[in-house]
Write a protein that binds this ligand. Structure first.
Ligand code: ADP
Ligand code: MG
Length: 729
């Protein structure tokens, strides 16, 4: 036993950094070399078909099969030149990760030779054996098959020796089976809605893109230690493990110097990412020891979402070469800060304007305020949906744990903008006097500074914070696919903008000037969406109290948060915006509930096994050593000495016995609770049973085990300890 443990540790400490040598001097020499972007298209395609594809990308025009053939030939030639031997339709099923099935270009001919084949229909559509992807019953109800279809708005890329073609995944009956379809629909709806509102201010705006800049946090653990932790292998987090003497209390990891072994890894990540056009730019240590972050330059949301999924894949694959394992789990180590994935979001017009950035003229700032206030209103009304969109078993550990935003959704805007909104709120109803209007323009709207990026006006405890020229959704889990929260956010803002347009047009029809109408509606919105605004400390217990009084929901667990998807108003909203039909939404709900209880089920089984097969046997063995020792002492020591020197050891024996018996009895009770839950058919009830009746045993059991860790001989302890895993040498 001791051997296993030290074997792992020896390996860990022997790991020399795997040197990564970048053959280039500058990223610009290879950036995007493995992306089938406009540059490579132009090089490999006749001009007319290149133009067609460009229009498909920029304006959503359809591509016919002849044209697709030309694209396919170009793509194949390009990819083979980069060493690709296979192609895959790369998609994002509802499991949260990405899926790919590789097919070779190679095709034998009847005369014994072979050709490399890839045509338009292979590019445009494929039929993966999809029966094993979660579908929430859709394919049982409708049709047994699903297919993947090319998404020309996200460029194909070569990863390793495979040409990857971003695709959507749908059932033959048309229902979405992936994360991309609803995202694309939501992005279409925000484009339409935001464009028509933006035209109040600038007729040249004909397209609005949602933009996303994600920040991905993750932990690195030495591979040999990872392999020695069955909980990490099976669940992605440690189910037991005592806090190390030194954790993050010294605050010395954040922005500290990055270990050489990690730097080498990061450099290779950057190299791989830049080849594939993922614009990762910043890298640093995070708050916890062993925790790091990468963030790219923001991009159009669909591409950014694909890039995040691909990035996570790259992180894992490259980690193996450096004998690391990546932990994406939101809470891999208790007592140590967990990981999130901040989603920085904004809207950008074809005229190059960031609609959520203040400008230098009152007119520009009225446009800014319009989008800014509509976003706040949308979140005020649909906070529940945002809560649902960030829900997962693993993110439950983080939300409300005073290291990440609480499970209460609120909006932070900073003191400068709070003052602006307070001023606007004071406006009188109806037509504004010319004096009032010019005063407003001069002293309120005109006074919004162009640069709001003031670091003193930041609030890291808010789940949805305005950060000067974008909103930052900070409550997204580090394991999540950004598509889910981006779908909801863009959808609710789109719907809000449609309502806004309708109301403003109504006032204009009734005789108000456009600007007056806009001011009137905005003032109304400021009034009605005050409850969601919170500038204070989101981690404080006082906030939970205030929020409660304001009627804001605090939903701490996933099974109940998911219920928000299926309220009548949510279903209406999803249907009205065309993002998901009721059937699709219900299917997703089932999948997510199932994913939840399966997660808890796996954790519960893993924990039971660890206690019974790893911890208890070792504790008992150590306890017998102690007992034997005490017996011997009794034999050899004089009667008056023995009681005095054996007292502590006997107490230890008692303590070990108590911990062991408590751990075992809680494991039995947990197993019973699992058996009861497993008999439940209704998927929601089952999920709730796992949440309310199984999960509560985790911490109880853990407490006994963690105390045993402090009692049992270090050499015998069968699992790598926190202090060993968290510090990368
Ligand atoms: P921080 O918030 O850490 O101080 P920045 O403000 O520079 O740093 O940006 C953080 C993230 O926000 C980056 O990933 C960046 O790409 C993203 N970001 C910046 N501007 C936008 C935007 N207009 N839309 C979406 N994301 C953006
Ligand atoms: Mg940030």
């Amino acid at each position: 036993m001791a051997h296993t443990r030290f074997h792992g540790l020896d390996q860990a400490s022997n790991h020399k950094p795997v040197e990564f040598v970048n053959p280039f001097n500058k990223s610009s020499e290879y950036y995007g070399s493995h992306v089938f972007n406009k540059k490579s298209m132009q090089e490999y395609m006749p001009k007319d078909s290149f133009d067609l594809v460009r229009r498909a990308i920029d304006q959503g025009e359809k591509i016919n099969l002849t044209n697709a053939d030309q694209v396919a030939v170009a793509m194949k030639t390009w990819a083979i030149a980069l060493g690709a031997t296979h192609y895959t339709h790369w998609f994002q099923p509802l499991t949260g990760s990405t899926a790919e099935k590789h097919d070779g270009f190679f095709e034998p001919t009847s005369d014994g030779f072979a050709v490399e084949k890839f045509n338009g229909s292979m590019l445009v559509q494929a039929e993966p054996d999809a029966s094993s992807f979660p579908n929430g019953g859709i394919r049982n109800t409708f049709e047994a098959r699903g297919y993947t279809a090319w998404d020309p708005t996200s460029p194909a890329f070569v990863f390793g020796t495979t040409l990857c073609i971003p695709t959507v995944f749908v059932a033959y009956t048309g229902e979405a089976l992936d994360n991309k379809v609803p995202l694309l629909r939501a992005l279409q709806s925000i484009d339409d809605a935001a464009t028509s509102v933006a035209q109040y201010f600038d007729k040249n705006i004909s397209k609005v893109n949602a933009t996303l800049g994600w920040e991905q946090e993750y932990f690195l653990v030495d591979e040999s230690l990872f392999m020695a932790r069955p909980d990490l292998v099976m669940t992605g987090r440690t189910l037991v493990g005592h806090a190390p003497a030194k954790g993050q209390q010294m605050d010395d990891h954040y922005f500290g110097s990055i270990p050489e072994r990690v730097i080498s890894y990061m450099r290779e990540i950057e190299f791989e990412c830049h080849k594939m056009g993922i614009p990762v730019k910043t890298r640093h240590n995070e708050v916890a020891p062993g925790q790091f972050e990468f963030a790219p330059v923001f991009e159009e949301a669909n591409v950014a979402v694909d890039h995040n999924s691909l990035f996570m894949d790259v992180l894992e694959k490259v980690a193996r070469r450096h004998s690391f394992r990546v932990l994406f789990h939101e809470k891999p180590f208790s007592t140590v800060n967990g990981s999130g994935k901040h989603n920085n979001w904004s809207l950008s017009s074809n005229t190059g304007v960031n609609l959520l950035a203040p400008g230098s003229t009152p007119k520009r700032n009225l446009l800014f305020l319009t989008f800014f206030i509509n976003t706040i209103k949308a979140v005020n009304e649909q906070a529940d949906l945002i809560r649902a969109a960030i829900a997962s078993a693993s993110n439950d550990h983080r939300l409300g744990a005073n290291e990440a935003p609480p499970a209460i959704i609120s909006v932070f805007i900073g003191s400068q903008l709070s003052r602006v909104l307070d001023e606007l709120e004071k406006l009188e109803k109806g037509k504004l006097s010319p004096e009032k209007k010019s005063d407003l323009k001069l002293n309120v709207v005109g006074k919004i500074p162009e640069i709001l990026l003031d670091n003193t006006d930041r609030n890291r405890t808010s789940p949805f914070a305005f950060t000067g020229n974008k909103f930052e959704l900070r409550a997204v889990g580090s394991t999540a696919n950004c598509a889910v929260s981006m779908t909801v956010l863009n959808m609710i803002v789109a719907d809000q903008l449609v309502q806004f347009k309708k109301q403003v047009d109504g006032l204009i029809e009734s005789g108000l000037k456009k600007e007056d109408a806009i001011f009137n509606i905005l003032r109304e919105y400021i009034k009605t969406s005050k409850d969601i605004r919170f500038e204070g400390d989101g981690y404080s217990s006082g906030w939970a109290e205030i929020a409660k009084n304001r009627g804001l929901k605090n939903t701490p667990d996933t099974p109940r948060a998911l219920d928000f998807y299926l309220t009548e108003s949510s279903i209406n909203l999803f249907e009205k915006t065309g993002v998901l039909t009721k059937v699709e939404l219900e299917a997703r709900y089932d999948i997510l509930q199932e994913e939840y209880f399966k997660n808890i089920q796996i954790e519960s089984r893993a924990l039971g096994d660890i206690v019974k097969n790893h911890i208890v046997p070792v504790a008992i063995r150590y306890q017998s050593i102690l007992s034997e020792n005490v017996n011997r002492l009794k034999k050899v020591l004089p009667d008056d000495v023995y009681p005095r020197v054996s007292k502590e050891q006997i107490e230890m024996i008692v303590e070990i016995s108590e911990r062991v018996s408590l751990a075992l009895s809680n494991v039995s009770k947990m197993t019973e609770a699992r058996k009861v839950a497993n008999k439940i058919d209704d998927i929601r009830d089952k999920s709730i049973a796992y949440c309310d009746n199984v999960k509560p045993y985790f911490n109880k059991i853990r407490r006994s085990v963690d105390q045993l860790e402090l009692l049992v001989d270090n050499e015998m302890w069968p699992l790598p300890k926190y202090r060993e895993m968290l510090y990368i040498r």
